[in-house]
Design a protein around this ligand. Structure first.
Ligand code: CU
Length: 167
């Protein structure tokens, strides 16, 4: 009896202290060499998003979580629209109203490399609005953060599915 109780306590404790983390490996869509990785880590105040992407054209590129974890179409249209479980308008990542998946833009340097690192207040790694099993998309063009519902960011140049990491 005591042993069973200890086992239950251990499982509960393990569930509470378990680090919440997810990873996404992105590959180029048809005709694109863009590739990269994104990690999502639960931190104080939100989820830290760190991305490193290569082979971009220099400048800004829309960067979003899309609703379906399906990158199978050559143009990644299979990933659906921006992840928007709350039915909000598209906006920038720090806008009052935004899609949960609105992460703004990546900025690539002259060599085509982009590094992104920010803590997002809206993303969830657990519960009904989890981003696990959805996708990350990098776009050809800049997200203007206002055109509805896409930010006018153009074609999808890379796509990857978000998967949970157990550590
Ligand atoms: Cu997008």
């Amino acid at each position: 009896m005591k042993t069973a109780l200890c086992a239950v306590m251990f499982v509960l404790l393990a569930a509470v202290v378990r680090a919440e983390k997810a990873v996404c490996v992105m590959q180029g869509t048809k005709g694109s060499q863009v590739a990269g990785t994104v990690t999502f880590t639960k931190v104080e105040g939100g989820v830290r998003v760190v991305a490193d992407v290569t082979n971009l054209t220099p400048g800004e590129h829309g960067f979003h979580i899309h609703e379906k974890g399906d990158c199978s179409a050559p143009d990644a249209s299979s990933a659906g629209g921006h992840f928007n479980p709350t039915g909000h308008k598209h906006g920038g990542p720090d806008a009052e109203e935004r899609h949960a998946g609105d992460l703004g833009n990546l900025t690539a340097d002259a060599s085509g490399k982009a590094h992104y690192d920010r803590v997002d207040k809206e993303l969830q790694l657990t519960g009904p609005n989890t981003i696990i099993g959805r996708s990350v998309i990098v776009h050809e063009k800049v997200d203007d953060l206002k055109t509805q519902p896409t930010g006018n960011a153009g074609a999808r140049v890379a796509c990857g599915v978000i998967t949970a990491v157990k550590d």
